[in-house]
Write a protein that binds this ligand. Structure first.
Ligand SMILES: [Ca+2]
Length: 194
């Protein structure tokens, strides 16, 4: 709400200047028909064309202010989704890597509705993760076709924390966040972004 008010103030403050600028470009014949009292309010001559340096500087400053106030509002949702996506992708890779160097059994559990996921080591304890907090909280909700995902010692998606019992996953694990998908492929353990 605050931002909308700031935007309105900026746009309203631009309007008089826009009017004066247009006044510059009116044909002399038209300007002649303006009431003298109105013309006297604008300290410009009808024959004057183009912008002065001061006017250009004012315009550049106003555009700058507009860009600072409006642009972040437009982009911020996109960046939040993007940041979440990269975080989640990196952490799935992290779990897979840790499994491969420690005999398998690490897992990640997804709680997309509550915008978070948790990473466990192969003893079932909440692990230390590169991004800091664990459970890891995101800005956006996401969905996954599996609630939890293990990796075995070869980095293959597994259904439990035992690498030797031959029950690795046989179907894709698909996680949707915003307009993007992370797909974890069975057997190869490839992690694909769509
Ligand atoms: Ca297994």
């Amino acid at each position: 709400m605050e931002k909308i008010i700031i935007n309105l103030i900026i746009i309203l403050s631009l309007l008089p200047y826009l009017f004066i600028s247009l006044f510059h470009y009116l044909p002399t014949s038209l300007v002649f028909y303006f009431p003298t009292s109105l013309s006297s309010h604008f300290p410009i001559s009808p024959s004057k064309k183009g912008f002065t340096l001061v006017e250009l500087v004012i315009i550049i400053v106003l555009i700058g202010i507009l860009a600072i106030v409006v642009a972040p509002k437009i982009e911020i949702d996109y960046f939040k989704t993007d940041a979440d996506f990269i975080k989640l992708y990196s952490d799935i890779r992290f779990v897979q890597h840790k499994s491969m160097v420690s005999g398998g059994g690490w897992k990640i559990t997804f709680d997309g509705a509550n915008k978070k996921y948790t990473i466990y080591d192969n003893d079932g304890n909440i692990a230390q993760v590169p991004s800091g907090d664990n459970p890891v909280e995101l800005k956006n909700s996401f969905s996954s076709n599996k609630n939890e995902l293990f990796f075995d010692y070869l980095g293959r998606p597994d259904s439990d924390n035992i690498s030797t019992n031959d029950n690795i996953l046989t179907d894709n694990t698909t996680i949707r966040l915003g307009n993007s998908k992370i797909i974890i492929i069975p057997y190869s353990g490839g992690i694909v972004i769509e």
